[in-house]
Design a protein around this ligand. Structure first.
Ligand SMILES: *Cc1c(COP(=O)(O)O)cnc(C)c1O
Length: 360
């Protein structure tokens, strides 16, 4: 079978070129006689791979020199614990913006370690928009402000960067990192699980300003201390070596394709294509406020939910898979990360139009 178009929210589509290169190098990496999977993480081959991945990520995102880049495990969910354990730093309370399922989980976990002030929530409208900053009730003494720039399940994205003054800004960028330009210097800490827009599951990228680390809460487990990982170049214990290697191949490919600016242009094009098609129809609708429509995760509903199963069946027959929406939202969801080609979105759009024609 030819490759299909996979709209999964994560683990998600990877660039074909990367998979093919990994295949070619699988048993014998660059003539060294072994697979990357078999290498000691302390050996010069693997250390080179990881150093290059970090350098390429730094270049892609323009990460300033006073930020550490860490490759950790445990997923974005582990960061829900690591962020509070490291960033409360003796302060009483932290600010959180609540825009959906992932914000809620971060809030619930942080409240085990300190007081939490929810600055605003869009729960009142079933998480279909993001409250603008003029409506937030912030605490000027907050240890940090945490938000989720792209809620992967609700498909709600915030395209502006909050202004938090001296309060460090923390962002869960799991499903938006590398999709558009960001100014890293505006953030205290950025984290992202790899399996959406970076590489395979098992790697978590953390970008953190140096002065914020080294002040963990008493009782913090050793492995939850950012300082320890920073001091050991993410090699205090065995890092997820193969995942970091694949992430490195993705970073190289993005550089070859023109970097983040080129990805952003292509992501805009794909999102416009899909939302344009949904808007032009009375048969489908997008639940999300226009200014917060995610470029990465596009939920949409059919006028008649009884047709959902037929829609999914027809899509699958054309090689368009993983389009079923999250159970908390219903309908459909198309995740169109960097690695989803424009042709995949075009096929999806054609199918949407044809289904409407035959069923309305
Ligand atoms: C997927 C996701 C998570 C959870 O990631 P895990 O790696 O499964 O822990 C957290 N936040 C966001 C925004 C996500 O998209």
């Amino acid at each position: 079978m030819e490759r299909i178009y996979n709209f999964s929210a994560g683990p998600a589509v990877l660039p074909r070129e990367v998979l093919e290169q990994a295949r070619d190098e699988l048993v014998n990496w660059q003539g060294c006689g072994m697979s990357v999977m078999e290498m000691s993480h302390r050996g010069k081959e693997y250390m080179g791979i990881q150093a290059e991945a970090e350098a390429d990520l730094r270049e892609l995102l323009g990460i300033p020199g006073n930020y550490k880049v860490l490759f950790l495990q445990g997923g974005a969910s582990m960061q829900f614990s690591m962020v509070p354990l490291n960033l409360y730093r003796g302060k009483a309370s932290a600010d959180f913006l609540d825009t959906g399922v992932w914000s809620e989980k971060a809030i619930a976990e942080a409240s085990r370690y300190g007081a939490v002030n929810v600055v605003a929530s869009s729960r009142d409208k079933n998480y279909t928009y993001a409250p603008t900053q003029d409506a937030w009730q912030t605490d000027p003494n907050a240890a940090f402000l945490h938000y989720t720039p792209n809620e992967t399940i609700g498909g709600v994205e915030i395209f502006w960067t909050p202004e938090t003054g001296e309060v460090p800004l923390v962002a869960d960028m799991s499903s938006t990192i590398l999709s558009r330009a960001i100014d890293v210097s505006k953030f205290g800490l950025i984290y992202a699980g790899a399996q959406k827009n970076i590489g395979p599951a098992g790697v978590t990228v953390v970008i953190v300003r140096e002065d914020l680390i080294g002040q963990t809460l008493p009782g913090t487990p050793t492995l939850f201390d950012y300082q320890l990982h920073a001091d050991n170049d993410s090699m205090y214990n065995t890092p997820p070596t193969y995942g970091i290697y694949i992430a490195g191949l993705v970073f190289k490919l993005l550089k070859d394709r023109g970097g983040i600016a080129a990805m952003e242009r292509q992501n805009l094009l794909k999102a416009d294509l899909l939302y344009g098609c949904l808007d032009a129809s009375g048969f489908y609708s997008s639940p999300v406020a226009r200014e917060n429509r995610s470029r990465m995760n596009v939920p949409f509903t059919l006028k008649d939910a009884a047709l959902d199963e037929d829609f999914l069946k027809g899509a699958k027959a054309r090689g368009l898979v993983q389009l079923k929406g999250h159970r908390s939202v219903g309908g459909m969801r198309a995740s169109i990360y960097n690695a989803m080609p424009v042709e995949g979105v075009q096929d999806h759009v054609d199918n949407i139009k044809e289904f409407e024609k035959t069923r309305s």
